[in-house]
Design a protein around this ligand. Structure first.
Ligand code: ASP
Length: 318
């Protein structure tokens, strides 16, 4: 049995690639890395890799992580600039004995020394988004950090080996040096091949408060299904945040166990995700919340069409 699950519609091309690798008996590490690279390379996905939206100084600082659920190897980078595929660097770091999580200049030095491809990750489209946002902030009262989405994935191969990985440009207009949950083990991702894995997207500052990916794996280990585990963890964290702080940020989680069963939960409307298993070609679903429960509906052709239309539509500077 093999399978993959990932956050957001933008993961579908990557998941399709990853599935081919799994189908041809490739390992979970190679499948998840290629899948994430596919998303990082698409300039129209404005929250991951090339084309990702910049920080408030108009620099694209990226976070990424990789975890092997069999060996517990973990590698991650935070606030890295000017490298094409942060996930490659994260996976490479997971092979090191120490220094597994590197940030900013340190991460860039390491990547340079190891010969990773340099690239200016700031596209013209991203610049237009930046200038338009500056204008909007001046003119209207908008949520300063709206506009983000991490690609997070969990993968199971035929040998029963599991991996988890993330890649993101984090929050649009974040402060220089800000690192979210995505490269933080237990928050943005966690995987144990003996149980399963989980990955998060949403407001990193809140996701970290619940170590939520680890919490989901812990619940699966206790015997809950992936769907129950996601719902329990998301609903609990959402309630705790509201009780203690009056407000909860966006929390969306995906999970898969080592039998290829999967689950998804969110506290927002319209969270999309992609799943594939041995018997199932990649499908994009959209999750709706109905009384604390998450109902997953297959995305319609029209929704899928509109998604790509809006991503690729010409942009003008306001
Ligand atoms: N969790 C990411 C961060 O806070 C952003 C996202 O997934 O939307 O950096």
């Amino acid at each position: 049995m093999y399978g993959m699950i990932a956050t957001w519609r933008m993961s579908v091309e990557g998941i399709t690639k990853g599935r081919e690798i799994l189908k041809n008996k490739g390992c979970s590490g190679d499948a998840i890395e290629s899948a994430i690279i596919e998303v990082e390379n698409c300039e129209f996905y404005k929250s991951v890799g090339y084309g990702g939206l910049p920080n408030d100084e108009m620099e694209v600082e990226l976070d990424a992580a990789y975890m092997d659920g069999t060996t517990f190897d973990i590698g991650a980078v935070g606030a890295i600039k000017d490298f094409a595929n942060p996930i490659r660097i994260a996976r490479h770091l997971s092979k090191e004995k120490v220094n597994n999580l590197l940030v900013a200049e340190g991460a860039e030095k390491f990547a340079h020394k190891e010969g990773f491809e340099r690239k200016n990750m700031l596209t013209n489209r991203a610049k237009i988004h930046y200038y338009n946002r500056l204008k909007e902030i001046k003119e209207q009262d908008i949520k300063p950090y709206s506009g983000h989405d991490t690609v997070g994935m969990v993968c199971l191969d035929e040998n029963g080996d599991m991996t988890a990985a993330t890649s993101t440009s984090g929050l649009f207009m974040k402060k220089k040096g800000r690192v979210g949950d995505s490269p933080i083990c237990g928050s943005g991702f966690y995987v144990d091949s003996k149980v399963g894995g989980a990955s998060a997207t949403g407001l990193g500052e809140d996701l970290m408060k619940g170590c939520i990916s680890y919490e989901i794996v812990r619940l699966m280990k206790e015997g809950h299904s992936p769907q129950e585990s996601c719902e329990i963890a998301v609903n609990n964290l959402d309630a705790e945040l509201k009780e203690r702080r009056g407000i909860a940020g966006d929390l969306s989680l995906i999970a898969m166990n080592n039998m290829g069963e999967w689950g998804v939960a969110t506290n927002v409307e319209g969270f999309s995700f992609t799943v594939t298993t041995e018997s199932q070609e990649p499908i994009v679903y959209i999750t709706k919340k109905v009384n604390e429960k998450c109902i997953h509906e297959v995305a319609s052709k029209e929704w899928l069409y509109n998604y790509m239309e809006t991503r690729t539509a010409p942009l003008v500077r306001k």
